[in-house]
Ligand binder design. Sequence first.
Ligand code: ZN
Length: 170
Amino acid sequence: MRSLSPKVWHELQSAVTRMSDKSSLRNMLDVILLWLRRNYECFSVEPFSTYYFYELSHMDEKLMPVEYSTFKLSDLAHVRKVILRYKAKDVEAIARFLRDTIEELVTVEIDEQCPRCESHGMRIFVGKQNGLLAFQCNVCGHAHYSDGSKVDVGGLDFVREVRLRELGLI
Ligand SMILES: [Zn+2]
């Protein structure tokens, strides 16, 4: 596993330091995605490849329902704090944290109960192959399609705002 260059990591840390307290969720998403895209060559290796950073950096964020995310403005301070705390060598933690943060920023949640762990709250995705909506548990990660079938790892994509609106989910 390669480590992240301290210079590249510092770039993101400086960017979040410069963010004002009035920054929106979309500002945070833009800052992270801009950083990923500027340094894309660092993210084609593990652990970033395992967390689909290539796909994250290619999303069309303007079409994503960021304003409907369950992420709260008050969570942004936490994100900034975590980014400033991690060192460049904490690559695994950085990869997981950024992936989770981006995912939370661009997905919406419904109050459905997970069939596996029975927690409430599942995020909505869409199947890459079949186009069906899919629901993923926030707690255990279990995911199933709207027809009840199981989701294979890596088979999901983010749902665009327009689709959620058509379906009456936002
Ligand atoms: Zn679960």
